[in-house]
Design a protein around this ligand. Structure first.
Ligand code: NAD
Length: 265
């Protein structure tokens, strides 16, 4: 049975949009927001019907709002569509992201452009579209899913590292511009999280390097993560939920690491 008490459903009446929420971290965040009582817009590619079914199980209104966030016009239209379909937008989670791994001298120009467009410029376009109404209502939560690669670099991830560092700078700038309102803007910086994306990378590397998946996990994936454990999508979602709470109203402009100790070194 769905528990509708205000204590367990603190986001009742809030309208939330999560980009890239058909899978992985975005889906877990959408699920947690709905469980907390928010109406939620799902976005992303792939099996969106399954994502909508899962999130709608919490009994709030859940709508699929499509759009390729790598296209500026789609990103702006996404915010307008969410407002129309849910009646407003109080919580914006910029989560959609992609990765490509290659040395700079071999990095394809089109991959650079695509990663910058989705992982950085989309965050600008959705925030630009969402901020005026949040400012007018004097309440809002913007959460940008950056990465530990917004704080430190790794080789062969030039576009991703540049974009994620950019997202943190953009987050800080927006937080300062909105500091005297009750709209907060924060970045979450996960280390390796157990998502289909990472599981796929492990399988690919195992095949390419003739290693077992266990070996790739230990020697490649978890080499930088002192806990030697993947972060879970539910742990990232719990942090996003905290940022939406009244208790977090003093947290703005932060880049919060959830990285198993990666950046403690
Ligand atoms: P994922 O591949 O499981 O999910 C990505 C989501 O984005 C999917 O819903 C996909 O359909 C959607 N998407 C892709 N391109 C899109 C586009 N152009 N427009 C709209 N939606 C699009 O990935 P994930 O691992 O859950 O990653 C989510 C976010 O978390 C990304 O920004 C990623 O950089 C960040 N992140 C992930 C990890 C990790 O270890 N998995 C670590 C740090 C940061």
């Amino acid at each position: 049975m769905v528990d509708t008490s205000s204590e367990s459903r603190p986001l009742t009446g809030r309208r939330a949009a999560v980009t890239g929420s058909t899978s992985g971290i975005g889906l877990a965040i959408a699920d947690a927001l709905a469980r907390a009582g928010a109406d939620v817009a799902i976005n992303g590619f792939g099996d969106h019907a399954a994502a909508v079914r899962r999130v709608a199980a919490h009994g709030t209104r859940v709508e699929f709002v499509g759009g390729d966030m790598a296209r500026a016009a789609d990103a702006r239209a996404f915010v307008a569509d969410v407002r129309r379909r849910l009646g407003g937008l109080d919580v914006l989670v910029n989560n959609a992201g992609v990765q490509h791994v290659a040395p700079i001298e071999d990095f394809p120009d089109e991959k650079w452009d695509a990663i910058l467009a989705l992982n950085l410029s989309a965050v600008f376009h959705t925030m630009k579209a969402a901020i005026p109404a949040m400012r007018a209502r004097d309440w809002g939560r913007i959460i940008n899913v950056a990465s530990v690669h917004g704080l430190v670099a790794s080789p062969f991830k030039s576009a991703y590292v540049a974009a994620k560092h950019g997202v943190i700078g953009l987050t800080r700038t927006a937080a300062l511009e909105l500091a005297e309102t009750h709209v907060t803007v924060n970045a979450i910086c996960p280390g390796f999280v157990d998502t289909p994306l990472v599981r796929g990378q492990i399988a690919d590397q195992a095949k390419a390097n003739h290693m077992t998946e266990e070996r790739v996990m230990k020697d490649v994936i978890l080499a930088s993560q002192p806990t030697k454990r993947l972060v879970t999508t539910e742990q990232v979602a719990a942090l996003a939920l905290y940022l939406c709470s009244d208790a977090a109203s003093g947290v703005t402009g932060a880049a919060l690491a959830i990285d198993g100790g990666w950046t403690a070194r």
